[in-house]
Design a protein around this ligand. Structure first.
Ligand code: 13P
Ligand code: SF4
Length: 338
């Protein structure tokens, strides 16, 4: 059973490509403003390599969405710069309401967040009062405030196993593919919202079988926001950090990777001897739109980051009552032990 919501997701205009001298110049400016303002840069693996490198070189952090949230909450800096998408900034703000949380642009959103408006979701919840409401971190602060639990893909299966063992029936939103994957892995009773990630939704299982035939010794790494038939072809399924770890541990020399290509920067660092091959996003006759590049993650650029303290419109604010309610499920997320 699922709730249907037809929504278009207009892609943002791709940012202007910088020349190598421009990149060096903006990198220096970014380093200076981060240091001068005692800030820390927390980046997701899907941002451009130069943003991830900047986080590494300035004592910041690159990680999956749960690790980013925990790192920001535990760091002593009073200013957190979140290079990712808006829900990541909001989560950091709610976990550290007294810190200043800023982003290179607040326009960087996520199709899962856009596909689950809080009003429509509240109605859906009202229709199913007997269910425990579990939402993905890729949702707005208001949607989180309606939930009993917030989870990320790194803990999704374990949390639902835990709730299922207590006999709880689940209402899950927004990613239908991740929801189906959790349902199959746990056998839990789950009612699914009908959302999808525009990036992972494009991976094609038939074309992936062709790629596997071309690289018969390769292992397949898949993020669980991908379609079920793509997940079924995987050797490893997990969050971005879990996929990097799998590439590092694997004995295979080649990895076919079904997630955003930004992950290659850190995956190659972790597994320097491996050949990384992006999973196909276009089958026969099909054309990809995102082509394994989240258009919103790519809005985090050296230029807008270097100007981050000159703007007043890129700070995250969340209403106090929303924070108060959302902190209940968020605390369960950060406190959950496998
Ligand atoms: P991770 O929690 O695996 O980093 O995923 C976040 C995300 O947005 C994937 O598309
Ligand atoms: Fe959202 Fe998909 Fe982009 Fe992740 S890759 S931020 S789920 S649109």
């Amino acid at each position: 059973m699922s709730a249907t919501l037809e929504l278009e997701f207009p892609f943002p205009v791709p940012p202007k490509k910088l020349s190598e001298p421009e990149k060096s110049d903006y990198t220096l400016r970014c380093k200076k403003i981060i240091e001068d303002n005692n800030a820390v840069l927390i980046a997701h693996y899907y941002t451009d390599p130069e943003i991830q490198r900047l986080a590494e070189e300035t004592g910041g952090f690159v990680g999956d969405s749960l690790e980013m949230a925990k790192f920001g909450a535990n760091h002593s800096a009073q200013t957190l710069i979140i290079a990712g998408v808006k829900f990541m900034g909001e989560t950091s703000k709610m976990l550290s309401p007294n810190k200043r949380v800023i982003m290179p642009t607040l326009e960087a959103t996520c199709s899962l967040d856009l596909g689950c408006p809080s009003k429509a979701f509240e109605e859906f919840i009202k229709q199913h009062p007997d269910r425990t409401v579990v939402v993905y971190a890729n949702t707005s602060a208001k949607v989180k405030a309606l939930a009993d639990w917030v989870i990320t893909s790194s803990i999704a299966v374990d949390v639902i196993k835990h709730l299922d063992a207590k006999g709880e029936k689940i209402l899950w939103a927004p990613d239908k593919h991740l929801g189906r994957y959790i349902q199959k892995s746990t056998g839990a009773d789950m009612l699914l919202w009908d959302g999808h990630c525009i990036v992972h939704d494009e991976f094609k299982h038939q074309a992936l079988e062709t790629t596997k035939a071309l690289y018969p010794d390769a292992e397949v790494l898949v993020h669980p926001e991908s379609p079920t038939k793509v997940i079924e072809l995987a050797d490893h399924v997990g969050s971005t950090s879990q996929l990097i770890n799998a590439a590092k541990q694997s004995k295979a020399k080649q990895m076919i990777v079904a997630t955003d290509q930004g992950i290659f920067y850190k995956m190659q660092q972790a597994a320097p001897d491996k050949e990384l091959i992006i999973a196909p996003t276009a089958g026969e006759g099909a054309t990809c739109k995102s082509c394994a590049n989240c258009p919103w993650m790519k809005m985090n650029q050296l230029k807008n980051l270097s100007e981050i303290f000159e703007n007043s419109d890129n700070e995250i604010f969340v209403d106090g009552d929303v924070i108060e309610q959302a902190l209940v499920p968020l605390s369960r997320m950060v406190g959950f032990k496998k």
